[in-house]
Design a protein around this ligand. Structure first.
Ligand code: ZN
Length: 158
């Protein structure tokens, strides 16, 4: 298996999908999951960190943190180590980002613009000083729209 992707399909890689672990994680406070296996007669033993995100409408959900770049992702791909699709090969640009991640990026961009805590989807903050109410309302509306999409995607995939 090449370390750098030469195909145009991520389907060629073995996947680790976080939703397969959700039941197991539901009542735990695990911060990582241990992996131990052999790849090309080299032993691998490491843990993959988890990110636990609260949802607006109660509960929370887990994400992987890519062992290489530490980005939050729902799916890791096997290339000796399990890594996110960005790390699996430089050939994969943002056009291959999954929609959910693009939504997260937009959402985080709004949060950053507003001066709110980045990396969470809950908690709408105050209008920043110096921002017009009109701008704030427009961003807020867009934010809520994106948030709904994420929540919708969550229920569609689990
Ligand atoms: Zn990565």
């Amino acid at each position: 298996m090449p370390a750098i992707a030469t195909t145009h399909s991520l389907n060629d890689y073995r996947k680790l999908v976080i939703s397969n672990y959700r039941d197991q994680l539901r009542n735990s406070s695990a911060k990582s999951i241990e992996f131990s296996y052999t790849h090309r007669s080299k032993p691998y033993q490491y843990s993959i960190q988890l990110s636990k995100i609260s949802c607006n409408y109660g509960g929370h959900r887990y994400w992987w943190l890519c062992p290489k770049c530490n980005q939050r992702t729902s799916t890791l791909y096997y290339a000796g180590l399990y890594v996110c699709r960005h790390c699996i090969g430089a050939n994969y640009g943002s056009q291959l980002q999954q929609p959910i991640d693009r939504i997260y990026s937009k959402l985080n961009a709004i949060r950053a613009h507003m001066g709110w805590q980045v990396g969470v989807i809950h908690g709408i903050g105050e209008r920043p000083k110096g921002m017009h109410a009109k701008t704030y309302n427009r961003l807020l509306k867009e934010y809520e729209h994106l948030e709904q999409k994420i929540i919708g995607a969550h229920y569609a995939t689990t």
